[in-house]
Design a protein around this ligand. Structure first.
Ligand code: ZN
Ligand code: ZN
Length: 461
């Protein structure tokens, strides 16, 4: 696209203007109308030609999104979703590998020499009964891994991620005369259980495919639809889940002297754990320690033998993470000892999400491209989110720079109203049974962000 005589660029109001392709004059014009920076040659400077067919693609993409939404699948069971994504990649001309890490899909489009850009979407839904009231809401129940029948709903928006990536993959493939390089579209299973990225890696992802020059990913979040938010550095937190069994000695409720009461031991432990963040983490640092499960006993007059705690830790720094995890171990052991427990507590790791850090230079390149395309007012700088993601595993373990950002999914008027009333925390967030991104313009924006973030890495023809 760069060497054609003319191309279309977006002006400051979002309209289109024809500009001559000559780099110097283009640069001057773009700087004059919106402060848009040109990347160094030979990168693809404008995503406009790739996005030209977006309007005509949107109706089909909306149907696809609604279909995915009403057919959610639990983590590591995403066979239907994976099949549909694979079909769409094949139809767009990608070489497709399925069953990578159980249900993962990798589509590769080789289009001459040049950089490799990996784009990742996750596919799984959650065991939550949807309460959005939408006409395309899920009414599905499935059998989970324990054999229980559970409701399932796309309450984290991964259906939107799948629709976005299939849309962007198709547009980029359709405009392959404008760029050279390799695209790698990765549909990952099991994000919600922190298994999927690792399952793909363990299944030989790094051996079977070319190492990407950059790994890009995105998530729909609360925020005005039509906007994008990102930052350099930590973007989502590390998460560690632990299960703790506290051992006591059961007895009749009327004879506490004959017991070592695990209920009191657990209660003291939960209270003391609250002092980690308040007393051991500095004001400028951040951490979350949440006890989400506290179980003991079956009857009011029986002192049980043991108690169970399950907790979740979020941190944004490797040093803080190490300190918080060490403090949990110290407190749990010390409280058991203070109670005279007959056995040391058993501390078991459940799942773990890595810290997700956006590469500084790569983030700048992506954010500059976003600002150039959307205008600065639609690109927000955000703080690190306490949410967690296994997206970070791809970049970290492959030693490739990665960038992850958030795309707003809330009705802009509703968001503005909630902000005005200081009620942003009352908007349904990801994992709420009422979480429902508005389709327009969320669907369009997420396709644009993927294309716009990809273009500056590709070679221009
Ligand atoms: Zn989620
Ligand atoms: Zn998610």
């Amino acid at each position: 696209m760069v060497h054609r005589k003319q191309t279309v660029a977006r002006d400051a109001k979002g309209g289109s203007v024809l500009v001559h392709q000559h780099r110097t004059s283009l640069s001057r014009l773009l700087t004059a109308i919106g402060g848009i920076k040109l990347m160094n040659t030979p990168q693809v400077n404008s995503s406009d030609s790739v996005l030209r067919s977006l309007d005509s693609l949107l109706p089909d993409l909306e149907t696809f999104y609604k279909d995915l939404h009403s057919h959610p699948e639990l983590s590591m069971q995403e066979t239907r979703t994976a099949g549909l994504a694979a079909d769409r990649l094949r139809a767009a001309g990608y070489e497709v590998s399925t069953g990578v890490g159980k249900t993962g899909v990798v589509g590769v489009l080789r289009n001459g020499g040049g950089p490799t850009v990996m784009l990742r979407a996750d596919m799984d839904a959650l065991p939550i009964e949807e309460a959005t009231g939408l006409s395309y809401a899920s009414k599905t129940t499935v059998t989970d891994r324990e054999g229980k029948t559970v409701p399932v709903g796309h309450m984290c928006g991964h259906d939107m991620h799948v629709a976005w990536l299939t849309g962007a993959a198709k547009l980029l493939a359709g405009a392959r005369t404008a760029w050279h390089g390799t695209l790698m579209a990765v549909f990952q299973p099991g994000e919600e259980t922190a298994e999927g990225a690792q399952a793909m890696i363990d299944d030989g992802l790094f051996k079977r495919f070319t190492k990407p020059d950059v790994v890009l990913g995105q998530h729909v979040m609360v925020g005005p639809s039509g906007t994008v938010a990102g930052r350099a550095g930590a973007i989502t937190s590390a998460a560690d889940s632990l299960q703790i069994r506290l051992f006591g000695r059961g007895a009749h409720g009327s004879m506490p002297q004959a017991s070592i009461d695990p209920v009191v031991m657990a209660a003291a432990t939960v209270m003391r754990l609250q002092t980690i963040v308040s007393r051991e983490v500095a004001a400028a640092e951040a951490a979350v320690v949440t006890v989400g499960v506290l179980q003991a006993g079956t009857k009011e007059n029986v002192i049980p033998d043991e108690a169970l705690i399950k907790l979740n830790v979020r941190t944004f720094d490797a040093g803080v993470r190490k300190r918080v995890l060490a403090a949990i171990e110290r407190i749990v052991n010390a409280e058991a000892e203070a109670s005279g427990a007959p056995r040391k507590p058993e501390i078991k790791k459940l799942d773990n999400y890595p810290l997700n850090v956006n590469d500084r230079d790569a983030s700048k390149r992506v954010v500059d491209a976003f600002r150039g395309h959307f205008g600065a007012e639609r690109v927000r700088e955000t703080g690190p989110a306490p949410a967690s993601e296994d997206f970070g595993s791809f970049g970290t373990e492959w030693h490739a720079p990665s960038v992850f950002w958030f795309v707003g999914g809330t009705d802009p008027a509703l968001y503005a109203k909630a902000k005005e009333a200081n009620q942003l925390n009352e908007l349904p967030v990801n994992h709420s049974p009422k979480f429902a991104p508005v389709i327009h313009p969320t669907l369009r924006t997420g396709v644009e962000t993927l294309v716009v973030a990809t273009c500056p890495w590709l070679g221009a023809k």
